[in-house]
Write a protein that binds this ligand. Structure first.
Ligand code: HEC
Length: 130
């Protein structure tokens, strides 16, 4: 009889305890789970790791585009032989070289796949002409 009453009192005492420490532990566990489940940052492929400089792009344009978009010949009124003109036509250059691949026309100047990717990365990272 005495023993039974003792147990009931213990249970009541336990229930009346401050619940906040338990809630706090729960929050910490949930935050911990979020941190653990967060996907690790995907490592960029090495090809994208090095930023493309305008100097590199300029070399490509010089070798593959100036012949038709330079001082002597300006197909469709487009020149690509100075930085202001390249900046003004950056979107078109990207489109023609990396998306539709219409340029260089018939690839008469033998642009390489690496060079197309270089133009793409240059444009996507802000098309700097500095
Ligand atoms: C053999 C000559 C030739 C070469 C080389 C050449 N282009 Fe062109 N490009 C043209 C011609 C011709 C047009 C006009 C095409 C048309 O109107 O359909 C043109 C048009 C363009 C246009 C405008 C497209 C439009 O419709 O708005 C861009 C941008 C361009 N070229 C970029 C380049 C770039 C960048 C290169 C070098 C990677 C290059 N071109 C190499 C002949 C050339």
């Amino acid at each position: 009889m005495h023993q039974h009453r003792f147990v009931v009192q213990r249970l009541d005492a336990g229930r009346a305890k401050n619940p906040w420490p338990f809630a706090a532990v729960g929050v910490v566990l949930i935050l911990g789970a979020i941190v653990l489940l967060k996907p690790a940052p995907v490592a960029a492929p090495t090809a994208n790791a090095t930023p493309v400089t305008f100097a590199q792009v300029k070399t490509v344009l010089e070798q593959r585009c100036y012949m038709c978009h330079g001082e002597a010949v300006q197909m469709k009124g487009i020149r690509l032989d100075n930085s202001a003109a390249v900046k003004a036509n950056a979107q078109g250059v990207f489109q023609q070289v990396a998306v539709t691949r219409q340029m260089p026309m018939n690839n008469s100047t033998n642009i390489t796949e690496e060079e197309r990717q270089m133009i793409k990365r240059w444009f996507e990272s802000g098309a700097s002409v500095e």
